[in-house]
Design a protein around this ligand. Structure first.
Ligand code: RB5
Length: 152
């Protein structure tokens, strides 16, 4: 599994911690920035990371901003992205099993690095359950098509 990783300035420090974790776990990843605490706009990073996933270049992404909210809202605008904000381990497992989330978002100003690392380990280790959950994920894709402005 190849992971695309990114953050804005609010998530920069936590991103660096998550990078170390991925290295320890020997998981292949690419860091799409940002590369300092200088201010950047989180939708730009969301597009970089989510774009590579919908193109099939990476299987999953991890996005971090101050809250995890803005960067997740932006990523979810890209058809095919199911970005989930998780600040607890239960949600991290459930969003893989139930929603087949392909992007994890977290807030660098919200959680500590040890909890964030446990969330990442759990999220990376959990698989989609399929079955009735597949039907629901398919309905999310239908919503993307139904409300895509170019289709109306
Ligand atoms: C940046 O100051 C902050 O707004 C951003 O990191 C994020 O929290 C937005 O949702």
């Amino acid at each position: 599994m190849r992971i695309a990783l990114g953050s804005d300035h609010g998530g920069y420090e936590l991103k660096e911690e998550i990078k170390s974790l991925l290295e320890e776990m020997k998981i292949e990843f690419k860091d799409f920035g940002t590369f300092s605490t200088d201010s950047v706009d989180y939708p730009d990073i969301a597009e970089l990371v989510a774009g590579t996933i919908v193109k099939g270049e990476f299987e999953r992404g991890i996005l971090i901003c101050g809250t995890g909210i803005g960067i997740g809202i932006a990523a979810n605008k890209i058809p095919g992205i199911r970005a989930a904000l998780c600040h607890d381990v239960f949600s991290a497992r459930a969003t893989r099993e139930h929603n087949n989330a392909n992007v994890l978002t977290m807030g660098g100003r919200i959680i500590g690095s040890e909890l964030a690392k446990e969330i990442v380990r759990t999220w990376l280790g959990a698989d989609f359950s399929g079955g009735r959950h597949q039907r629901r994920v398919d309905k999310i894709s239908l919503l993307e098509n139904k409300y895509n402005k170019s289709n109306s």
